[in-house]
Design a protein around this ligand. Sequence first.
Ligand code: FAD
Length: 359
Amino acid sequence: MRVLICGGGVIGVAIAYHLSLRGAEAVVIERTGIANAASGKSGGFLALDWCDGSRLSELARRSFALHAELAAVVPDGGYRRLTTFGGFSGSGGRKAGSWISERIAIERKLGSTETTAQIDPAGFTRGLMRAAEAHGASLRQGAVTGLIRDGGRVTGAIVDGERLDGDAVVIAMGPWSILAAAWLPLPAVYGLKGHSVVYRTGDAVPPEALFLEVGEPGGGVASPEVFPRPDGTTYVCAISSDSPLPVDPAEVAPDPGAIDRLTAIAARISPVLSGAPLIAAQACFRPVTEDGLPLIGAVPGLRGAFVATGHSVWGMLNAPATGEAMAGLILDGDSREVDLAPFDPGRLRPFDAARFRTE
Ligand SMILES: Cc1cc2nc3c(=O)[nH]c(=O)nc-3n(C[C@H](O)[C@H](O)[C@H](O)COP(=O)(O)OP(=O)(O)OC[C@H]3O[C@@H](n4cnc5c(N)ncnc54)[C@H](O)[C@@H]3O)c2cc1C
């Protein structure tokens, strides 16, 4: 069976990996490059139980376990267990560790090495694609601009004007999955922009993730997340915006002033960050749906058409179990490990493609 997967972010790659493990031919079609969007610019933070009490719990717990197994499959994926703390700028609370500014109070422990972990998102996604390729998957560089239909069945995709045939097609283009609403009855997927910076911090920062509330120099309160990585870098993200999603993923760029704000916030968090070389300053869009749950399943009313997107702030975490479940759904007609019913694309009304504004 030949499956075309539109989108080479962590979700498309995880689907390709699990399909190829099961002997199917997976072809990932990617417009810019594997992990060039959110899947290469996110925090890469993983939590066992932070989705408990929501409909994501089973997917998250299964994914957390799969990430631990995948550490051996993707040795350069930066997998590591972490301790995680929450805090705020101001006095009170427990004294911060020596690398954190004395103006930050650590309020509580949010996770232990049993419950929180991390990956390097770009290293993990690209490494998982290499693992999929070792099992027979392939990458086709190009933009998907339409699908091929034969009656009630999807039989391929149009890639840079050329026809590519397949037995099934999966839409996994992150926020750009909204483009597929012009080709299929798909619910809306929106892009919510976030900014991040990466510093070279060497061994000055221990494996402690931080979720903070920090007063900004110009007023207001930001909610930065700080993830030191095993490669001697430290990632800081904050500052969401509702800037429009460009049609070409290569055109995503930080909002004016956002990186200056973010580096000022980072300097408030730690003198290590204010003195460290900045090695990346970037923005990306997380894919969100109308009810906050991902779309994972078959597209209603058509054979051979599937979607996996809308993972919002938990796409890196939930990719492995999404890939495993999608492989089961496509090859066996059902997912054994995770109940996909809460993520059925048919629960939301299709987006009206006449509302597109692409200028
Ligand atoms: C600032 C920030 C921090 C985050 N931190 C975390 C975190 O710590 N933990 C966590 O679990 N999640 C985190 N997330 C969320 C996570 O990054 C996303 O949920 C995840 O990356 C989505 O993956 P995806 O594969 O669905 O989409 P994407 O990574 O956006 O991939 C979609 C791909 O489709 C391609 N594409 C687009 N159009 C076309 C086309 N026409 N043809 C072919 N290909 C196309 C794009 O080039 C892109 O590579 C964060 C997100 C942001 C923004």
